[in-house]
Design a protein around this ligand. Sequence first.
Ligand code: ZN
Ligand code: ZN
Ligand code: ZN
Length: 363
Amino acid sequence: VDHAGRLRRTRTALAERDLDALLVGPSPDLRWLVGYNAPPLERLTLLVVPADGEPSLVVPTLEAARAAASGAGDHAEIVTWDEHEDPVAIVEGRTRPATRLAVGDHLWATFLLQLQAALPDARWVRGSSVTGPLRARKAPEEIEALRAAGEAIDAVHARVPELLSAGRTEREVGRDIADLVNEGHDEMNFVIVASGPNGASPHHEARGRRISRGDTVVVDIGGTLDGYCSDSTRNYSIGGPTEDYVRLHEVLEVAQQAGVDVVAPGVPAETVDEACRRAIVAAGHGDHFIHRTGHGIGVEAHEEPYIVAGNRTELAPGMAFSVEPGIYVPDRYGARIEDIVVVTDDGVERLNHRPRELLEVGA
Ligand code: ZN
Ligand code: ZN
Ligand code: ZN
């Protein structure tokens, strides 16, 4: 992994924006920058990346071995602090000048408040304003990792039909799916099993509802493999769908394809959202598509670029994001089709390949 290149590009971005340094706590940013997957704890761990100067990683002494084992020491000087010392003072000493600073989005408020007290003259901006655009464009090895994560989640969806049947609860099905996600990934991130009317809630948590014949079930799942995330949604019908659901699902298939079809370098992100939405509005379901069309994905499950009205960011080769239009009819049912796609030099590549049509499962 080219951590040195990432740090170099980060420092260039800091300088271009007149920022003195980026301060990053345990977070996907930290993992992306130096390869250290640190736990967020009450003891401060903080990477200081000056625009002009060498990075340092301030860590509690008891975690020095763990930090070193990550290889972070190849890219930043590891500076330890003992239990009786004040780590904020150490950071303050290594953050000069401190006029304009970027701070990682995931740093706990308790640390930011202490830093702000120690550096009263600094103005602060969000770290993602620096790292977001850099992380959005994936290197070839990152796309390879996303491709592998996509295959891993496709393999889980391939086995979902064996687990779905009338009489089982969402929770039972969800646990079985979670086991499969864990088998194929290093980590399970989430499992959404939303049956019948629960499908109308996009982030429904698997609960005690018993799946019954005639239900449709939205299954949205994701995990992390070799540091990169997967995320894919398919819809299943238990023993045959109603005619209106079949029509709704066809609209969604057309909408999802329309979104993927417009993806190319130079196209504004919001154009992908428009393309999906147009098909859904035309079918009379405009009010039932209640979220943006997608989100970037990489070391984090949701990151830039966001595929949403108003985001004029031009798509560029290497950007990876979800195209996941949904239709949610309150108290009745819902559906969402989600694939991860990556922008290529002249178009788009899908990273999920399971059939997108409504899958009928025997009751
Ligand atoms: Zn490295
Ligand atoms: Zn999803
Ligand atoms: Zn998603």
